[in-house]
Design a protein around this ligand. Structure first.
Ligand code: HEM
Length: 121
């Protein structure tokens, strides 16, 4: 089991995660580098995105296959600058919630396993 598998619980489970999700998306939507991608995204999809994203990153137990990640971001032609911004916003959010730099690095490492599946699609 990877260390991030416990971060979800360590942070306080679902209740805290909901707050992390809100804080994270406030940063994303305030950032002109990436907010355009969400401009025409309906709220249901956005909600699924944030839940899936945070859940995967923190180890809620859900798994995502490369193919579905590629499909989810098909046509967006996401670039490293977009990807890096998203990961940075999550890292900043987690730091604000008191997560250690080491745990944040492990979250980033975990997300990086999906990087090739979502870029340039
Ligand atoms: C490892 C990183 C990421 C994960 C795990 C992830 C996860 C997901 C998932 C699961 C969906 C599908 C939601 C659904 O329709 O059911 C999705 C859609 C989406 N993602 Fe991501 N995502 C990542 C990175 C990014 C980045 C870097 C951006 C843009 C800067 C982005 C923007 C979007 C948008 C706009 C949608 C909705 C597309 C639509 O409206 O149909 N994602 N993402």
């Amino acid at each position: 089991m990877v260390a991030t598998a416990n971060l979800y619980e360590k942070l306080g489970g679902e209740e805290t995660i909901a707050k992390v999700v809100r804080a994270f998306y406030e940063k994303v939507l305030a950032d002109d580098t990436v907010n355009g991608f969400f401009a025409h995204t309906d709220m249901d999809k956005q909600m699924r995105h944030q839940t899936a994203f945070i859940g995967f990153a923190l180890g809620s137990g859900r798994q995502y296959q490369g193919k579905s990640m590629a499909k989810a971001h098909e046509g967006m032609n996401l670039q490293p600058v977009h990807y890096d911004a998203i990961v940075r916003h999550l890292g900043d959010t987690l730091r604000e919630f008191g997560v250690s730099p080491e745990d944040i690095r492990q979250v980033a490492d975990k997300l990086n396993t999906l990087r090739d599946d979502i870029l340039y699609k």
